[in-house]
Design a binder for this molecule. Structure first.
Ligand SMILES: CC(C)(COP(=O)(O)OP(=O)(O)OC[C@H]1O[C@@H](n2cnc3c(N)ncnc32)[C@H](O)[C@@H]1O)[C@@H](O)C(=O)NCCC(=O)NCCS
Ligand SMILES: Nc1ncnc2c1ncn2[C@@H]1O[C@H](COP(=O)(O)OP(=O)(O)OP(=O)(O)O)[C@@H](O)[C@H]1O
Length: 207
């Protein structure tokens, strides 16, 4: 008998900063779909006591820690989006660890399909482990506007993050499905509901 871990049918969900990935992901969860989020996994792998946090402090100094020993995410964000070499170092450290967390969690899926949401699904190559790719797309001005309204950050910082991500056209080239999220949240939910029914049909109701 095979002891290989169960691999579910995975929908990769991606989009640039502030495009509405998390809002789309929340809707999939409301529909009862098993979901795992790369941004969440990126938090788990740097919790106090995890070896990756020690490596980060060794490289960047104690200034990247808060008083309670947690990672100061704002401080690290400033450092890595100001210097591509530092960002690449951090990605090389964290992406394999994030990948391990993600795929062990996805293996627990008991729904006809599972969703893996990641801002860097294409850039990291992890899209190759998914069966289908859904891109949440929004015009850059809207991405910036929504991110500024959500986060305590500056327009310059959002532009630096946008620049570190794949160009919109390149991401769209990989898409099997696209939702243009330029209307209200109800319109986004309606699109996700429609796609959910389509994915269930594609899976033929298989567990
Ligand atoms: C720099 C960090 C500490 C900033 O944390 P913060 O809480 O401010 O942001 P959060 O993690 O929620 O990310 C917010 C958004 O920033 C963008 N972003 C994050 N990391 C990257 C990156 N390496 N390259 C491009 N965009 C990124 C994404 O759009 C993401 O959704 C954090 O983003 C991080 O650890 N990044 C490196 C790990 C990584 O590549 N994560 C992306 C998912 S695999
Ligand atoms: N259609 C919409 N109408 C109004 N607000 C929206 C819409 N879609 C998303 N938002 C809001 O815009 C902000 C950014 O959306 P969200 O957090 O889902 O983006 P994201 O792609 O996950 O971003 P990040 O890559 O930074 O994690 C959030 O505050 C969200 O509630």
């Amino acid at each position: 008998m095979s002891t290989a871990p169960f691999t579910p049918w995975i929908l990769g969900l991606t989009g640039g900063i502030g495009s509405g990935k998390s809002a789309a992901a929340e809707r999939f969860v409301e529909l009862g779909v098993h979901l795992v989020d790369a941004d969440q996994a990126a938090r788990w792998v740097v919790e106090p006591g995890r070896p990756a946090l020690a490596s980060i402090v060794e490289r960047f100094g104690p200034g990247v820690l808060l008083d309670d020993g947690q990672l100061d995410r704002g401080a690290l964000r400033q450092l890595i989006f100001a210097d591509p070499a530092q960002r690449q170092w951090l990605e090389q450290l964290l992406h394999p660890l994030i990948g391990q967390e993600i795929f062990s969690y996805l293996a627990k899926a008991e729904t006809p399909y599972a969703v893996y949401v990641s801002p860097l699904l294409i850039e990291s190559g992890q899209y190759q482990k998914t069966q289908r790719i859904l891109v949440i797309d929004a015009p850059a001005e809207l991405q910036v506007q929504r991110t500024l309204a959500r986060d305590n950050t500056s327009p310059e910082q959002v532009q630096a993050i946008l620049k570190a991500q794949l160009a919109r056209e390149e991401r769209l080239r990989h898409a099997d499905d696209v939702v243009v999220n330029d209307r209200d949240l109800q319109a986004l939910h309606d699109e996700i509901d429609r796609l959910h029914h389509f994915y269930l049909t594609l899976r033929g109701g298989q567990p």
